[in-house]
Write a protein that binds this ligand. Structure first.
Ligand code: HEM
Ligand code: HEM
Ligand SMILES: Nc1nc2c(c(=O)[nH]1)N[C@H]1C(S)=C(S)[C@@H](COP(=O)(O)O)O[C@H]1N2
Ligand SMILES: [Mo]
Length: 339
């Protein structure tokens, strides 16, 4: 196949579809703790390998732009660097060849580089515009697209096969891509925050949990909460790339509040971190006082934290200090925390 102008257009347009698809399906996977994560990741990884397969063709295009020193060509190069870093970290994570470097997990580098690439990517497509044409939807370009996706699917299957045959650590990943750490060993459980939170100091003597429902405030002491003995075995699956299964003990939220008229329930940490849940979920979300048979450690949420089985780790609010039912719909929150 000759690499003519139409092929160059096609390559750039394929990148235009694949890069945003990889970015969005990555976040989609993060928003599920159920099998839906697997389907999002399938689309995610096929998009990622599709980008990788286009690299030889894109290099020819890029070499031309660099040779003629297009305006801000170095910004496109920075963009390439970030995309390559993200791809590499994603593959290192998934194979398990390198799961962390310094303070960062491969998954954090993977997502961090992808986020950093976004402004460069937006600039790149605006600055190196490729206007759409009817011919872009021709039978021929569709056939090419089909071949590319099939190739990406094969590349994915081949890499998964290799991971298994070679017995790489990646073969032990959960359906979310996460690795198991310290299951049923609560003392060795990782301590991690979404972004910027720090472990607060809690003086348990004056501590109260404030629960507001139907306009009525009820305060609970730690001992009152610790007297409940509701139990669940649940898996905390952090988007940073690890999961840990533990025996949790505490109280189902439905025992602390049964709002008659509310649309949703907001669970707030002492640090200001919060998440909103639907009222129907209350019977399945545990406010945990213990893990294993011991009280929570400070890092893991002492005095009380949420255990939200089937949801990713960022829903498991630690250091819960306030729970309030109100009339704000549950979807009225950012899809991911910002602190
Ligand atoms: C993963 C995505 C992409 C990467 C890493 C990437 C990278 C690059 C690099 C390094 C250059 C050469 C430097 C320059 O001209 O500024 C370039 C040129 C170019 N890119 Fe991209 N690009 C990507 C996606 C896209 C997309 C989605 C489009 C358009 C829809 C596009 C259109 C172009 C055009 C038209 C050129 C100029 C080529 C020339 O001057 O002959 N690129 N790209
Ligand atoms: C340009 C953006 C991105 C590209 C090109 C990309 C591509 C990839 C690739 C190639 C892999 C490795 C697949 C494998 O070897 O099996 C991967 C894994 C992964 N990516 Fe991304 N990714 C991007 C952004 C993101 C974002 C923004 C997120 C989350 C918010 C994300 C979440 C994940 C997860 C969870 C995995 C692990 C999947 C597994 O181990 O099965 N990615 N990605
Ligand atoms: N208050 C608060 N709760 C939080 C977080 C946070 O940053 N602040 N991070 C969440 C995330 S992203 C995860 S994965 C789990 C981590 O729990 P662990 O430190 O007990 O492993 O806590 C969740 N609860
Ligand atoms: Mo997390």
């Amino acid at each position: 196949m000759r690499f003519n102008a139409s092929m160059r257009r096609w390559t750039n347009l394929a990148l235009l579809l694949l890069a945003p698809s990889a970015f969005l399906t990555g976040w989609l996977a993060f928003s599920f703790g159920t099998a839906a994560a697997r389907w999002s990741l399938l689309a995610h990884i096929v998009s990622g390998y599709g980008l990788l397969l286009l690299a030889p063709w894109k290099s020819v295009i890029a070499a031309h732009g660099i040779r003629r020193r297009a305006r801000f060509w170095w910004a496109s190069l920075t963009f390439s660097g970030l995309v390559i870093l993200s791809l590499a970290a994603g593959i290192l994570h998934s194979t398990g060849l390198l799961r962390s470097a310094g303070d960062f997990t491969a998954m954090e580098v993977h997502v961090g580089a992808a986020i950093a690439a976004v402004p460069f990517g937006v600039w790149h497509v605006l600055a190196r515009r490729v206007p759409a044409r009817a011919a872009d939807l021709s039978r021929r370009s569709m056939l090419r697209a089909g071949k590319l996706l099939a190739g990406a699917g094969l590349a994915y299957a081949a890499s998964e096969g290799l991971v298994r045959v070679a017995g790489l650590p990646g073969s032990g990943r959960r359906f979310t891509g996460s690795y198991e750490v310290a299951s049923f060993q609560p003392a060795s459980m990782p301590v991690t925050q979404w972004l910027f939170d720090a472990v607060p100091k809690v003086d348990i003597t004056g501590w109260r949990l404030q629960v507001t429902s139907d306009g009525h405030l009820r305060e609970w002491t730690y001992d009152e909460l610790a007297a409940f003995d509701d139990r669940v075995i649940a898996t905390l699956d952090c988007t940073g790339g690890f999961y840990t299964t533990q025996r949790w003990t505490g109280v189902w939220l439905s025992r602390l509040l049964r709002p008659a008229g509310a649309l949703s329930v907001r669970v707030c940490s002492q640090t200001g971190y919060d998440r909103r849940f639907s009222v129907e979920d209350m019977p399945r979300i545990l406010l945990a006082t213990r893990v294993g048979e011991s009280p929570l450690s400070s890092g893991n949420g002492f005095p009380v934290r949420l255990v939200a089985a089937g949801r990713r780790g960022f829903w498991w609010v630690k250091w819960v200090s306030r729970i309030e039912a109100d009339n704000i719909p549950v979807f009225w929150q950012l899809p991911f925390p910002v602190q």
